[in-house]
Ligand binder design. Structure first.
Ligand code: GLN
Length: 214
C-alpha cells in the first residue's frame, strides 16, 4: 500500500482514528512523538504495560539497546510488547529499537524480543565517529530518496523468508525491512523533516492496511 498514493481525505480519516504508542523508557522517543504530532496523530508515551491499551501501533525508538532492554524488563513491558506484535498490531523499531525486535543478534547483550525474523549486528558501521548520512531509495515510498541518518547503527545480517527488504545500502546491506505489520530501520527517520516513513507506519497501523507493501 502506498500511503502517498491514497486520497488525502482517506489519510486524514486514518489519522483521526489512530493512537500510536511510543516506548518512552529511554532514547529519542520525544523526537518520534514530535513527528507524529506534526502529522496530527494522537500519541501515547509507553512506560508501563497499561499504557499500551487502546494503541494501534508502537514505535520502539533508538537509544541504547542494553538500557532499553533492562528497563523493559524492570517495567514488565517485554511480554505485552511481544503480545502486541504477535496479535498483528504494527510495531516499528528504529536503530536500538530494531535490535530489540530481532530474532537473534551477534552479541551476548541485550536479549532481543525476537518478534521479527531477522538477525542483527550491533554497531555494525563502526564507532560513534563513524556515524553517517545516506540518501536511500525506500521501496514503498513515492518521491525523492530518503535522507537517512545512521548513528552507531546496527545492520541486518539475516532476513527470514517472510521478511521484505525495504531499503539497502549500495553494498547490498539491508537497512530497512518489514514483516507483515512489523517494520525496522537501522537509521533515525525521526531526526529528519521527512515524515514519509512515519506516514507509512500510520498506514500499517490502520486495521484495513494490507500486511505487506505492494
Ligand atoms: N548502538 C546502539 C545500541 O547498540 C544503538 C544506537 C542508536 O539507537 N542510535 O544499542
Amino acid at each position: 500500500m502506498k500511503l502517498a498514493g491514497s486520497p488525502a481525505s482517506k489519510i486524514e480519516d486514518l489519522k483521526r482514528r489512530l493512537k500510536i504508542g511510543v516506548l518512552a523508557v529511554q532514547g529519542d522517543f520525544a523526537e518520534h512523538i514530535s513527528v507524529l504530532k506534526t502529522l496530527g496523530v494522537e500519541t501515547q508515551e509507553v512506560r508501563l504495560p497499561q499504557h499500551l491499551e487502546g494503541t494501534d501501533g508502537l514505535i520502539i525508538p533508538g537509544g541504547e539497546s542494553t538500557t532499553l532492554s533492562r528497563l523493559m524488563t524492570i517495567y514488565q513491558l517485554r511480554e505485552p510488547v511481544c503480545q502486541m506484535a504477535r496479535c498483528g498490531k504494527a510495531v516499528w523499531g528504529t536503530c536500538a529499537g530494531m535490535i530489540m525486535m530481532a530474532r537473534e543478534i551477534t552479541e551476548q547483550d541485550p536479549a532481543p524480543l525476537g518478534v521479527m525474523d531477522i538477525g542483527v549486528r550491533r554497531n555494525a558501521f563502526g564507532r560513534q565517529v563513524d556515524s553517517f548520512e545516506q540518501d536511500l531509495s525506500i521501496a514503498p515510498l513515492d518521491g525523492p530518496p530518503f535522507h537517512a541518518i545512521f548513528i552507531r547503527a546496527p545492520s541486518i545480517i539475516r532476513v527470514g523468508p517472510q521478511v521484505q527488504v525495504l531499503a539497502q545500502l549500495a553494498d547490498g546491506r539491508p537497512v530497512a525491512a518489514q514483516q507483515g505489520k512489523l517494520m525496522v530501520t537501522s537509521f533515525h527517520p525521526e531526526l529528519t523533516r521527512d515524515a514519509r516513513l512515519h506516514q507509512y507506519f500510520l498506514a500499517l497501523s490502520s486495521k484495513e492496511s494490507p500486511a505487506l507493501a505492494e
